[in-house]
Design a protein around this ligand. Structure first.
Ligand code: SLL
Length: 170
């Protein structure tokens, strides 16, 4: 196992969530009558796919990410959710915002330790001065989906030669 000393290589990622308010009708079909939103938390590539305007397309992070563990709030059944292949995401319904721990495990060839990120699940749009922090259902539905994403870069220092080959082949 040979390291390429002095080299740093990074891969851009985004992590975060989208959330949509459930209509009264949708709420009636759920087993949890108190749930107000459907949301998806994800880790994606921040590099656009070639010839595409879409960020996070394809499975262009699975060659270096082996597993993403999303640790949800304890009010959820089985709060620790493992995702072993793309898309690295979890969709749920719920009523409240909370901090999600996102643990990224890299492929064994990398020799890297896991990396932990934190994301505050955002369900409600930013309120203007004088507006309620949690808008009424009709207002939330009219507003449309809420997006909350953060950019980060995964940095590999002195990478193993074979891992570097894997990274640069993609
Ligand atoms: C709060 N600190 O009090 C937060 C906790 C918990 C959110 C929010 C679903 C739970 C379930 C859910 O939305 N939990 O019924 O499975 O606002």
């Amino acid at each position: 196992r040979v390291r390429v000393r002095g080299l740093s290589i990074f891969r851009p990622i985004i992590y975060g969530n989208t959330a949509t308010a459930l209509t009264e009708k949708e709420r009636q079909t759920l087993s949890h009558a108190d749930h107000t939103h459907r949301w998806t938390v994800a880790v994606r590539s921040a590099a656009s796919a070639p010839n595409s305007d879409i960020v996070g397309g394809a499975d262009d992070i699975s060659h270096f990410i082996k597993r993403v563990t999303f640790k949800l709030h304890d009010t959820y059944a089985n709060p620790s959710r493992n995702v072993d292949k793309p898309p690295f995401e979890i969709s749920e319904t719920g009523w409240g915002e909370f901090e999600i721990q996102i643990r990224i495990t890299f492929v064994p060839e990398s020799g890297e330790k896991a990396m932990t990120l934190y994301h505050h699940l955002k369900l409600h749009p930013w309120a203007a001065a004088g507006e309620p922090e949690i808008p009424p259902l009709e207002v939330a539905i009219k507003h449309g989906p809420v997006h909350s994403w953060q950019y980060d870069e995964v940095v590999f220092n002195d990478p193993f030669q074979n891992f570097l080959n894997i990274l640069t082949a993609h």
